[in-house]
Design a protein around this ligand. Structure first.
Ligand code: ADP
Ligand code: MG
Length: 229
């Protein structure tokens, strides 16, 4: 994949919001792990993709007018057999949408220590800013996040992780395993490098990223490009 070429094409055709599937393809290209995924358009294709990827499986309904997938029931987690996949498929097809519907068939990722949010927004004055936080109510309710203007150094990334109030959750709080902080540092650095190199990226939202004792995996992502002027 030639990232510059892909982004240029998207902007030229006014597709400035990359789908979850496209966003994760790009992340994979820069070395950020994502669950095995395939886009399908029929029940038969969905079932065979599920068997190829291997159970447990996640199905998500993809349509341009569905943004917050779980709010509309468009995410079916932990499907353990062909039968469960078939039932989930039927239910997803009942969700109303005016746009073309596709199914994203994904490997179900293992339960993490916690969910993280890693993001990037463009500040009109300072340019790309990176964001880090622990997922769920910590981010939504308490706004427990840290920011740095890109490009960031390894030192900045380490500070971003340690300065959030929820840091103990990553550091083995109450006998829980310690999260792989190096993996988070590397991911922040990789995103920093990407957005500095590709100014046409306006916004990124990796939400959530599952963090483990060893490694991490991004299970949902959205990349938004700048409109052409
Ligand atoms: P939304 O558009 O609502 O943000 P997500 O794709 O983030 O939809 O899915 C909702 C939730 O389902 C995620 O926050 C995560 O907890 C879980 N989830 C999504 N994809 C996977 C996956 N491949 N493996 C395990 N859990 C997943
Ligand atoms: Mg999400």
């Amino acid at each position: 994949m030639n990232i510059a070429e892909v982004l240029k094409n998207k902007i030229e055709t006014n597709q400035t919001v990359l789908t979850e599937f496209e966003s994760k393809e790009l992340l994979q290209e820069i070395g950020i792990l994502v669950p095995g995924q395939k886009l399908t358009t029929s029940k038969e294709e969905t079932l065979s993709a599920a068997e190829n990827i291997g159970f447990p499986i996640v199905l998500k309904l993809m349509a341009e007018d569905i943004v917050h997938k779980s709010d509309t029931g468009a995410v079916k987690l932990n499907l353990k057999s062909k039968q469960e996949v078939e039932n989930a498929y039927e239910e997803l097809m009942k969700i109303p949408s005016q746009k073309e519907k596709k199914i994203s068939v994904q490997k179900m990722a293992d339960e993490p220590i916690t969910e993280l949010i890693i993001g990037m927004t463009t500040d009109p004055q300072f340019g790309p800013a990176l964001m880090f936080g622990i997922g769920g109510i910590l981010v939504e309710l308490l706004e427990d996040v840290s920011f740095r203007i890109a490009p960031i150094t390894e030192y900045d990334a380490k500070e971003m992780i340690r300065e959030i109030k929820g840091f103990p959750i990553l550091d083995g709080y109450r006998g829980k395993p310690k999260a792989d902080l190096d993996a988070i540092v590397n991911t922040l650095l990789t995103i920093s490098e990407l957005v500095v190199k590709h100014e046409e990226i306006n916004e990124m939202d990796l939400n959530p990223v599952f963090i483990y004792e060893k490694g991490l995996i991004c299970v949902d992502a959205r990349i938004i490009l700048k409109k052409s002027d």
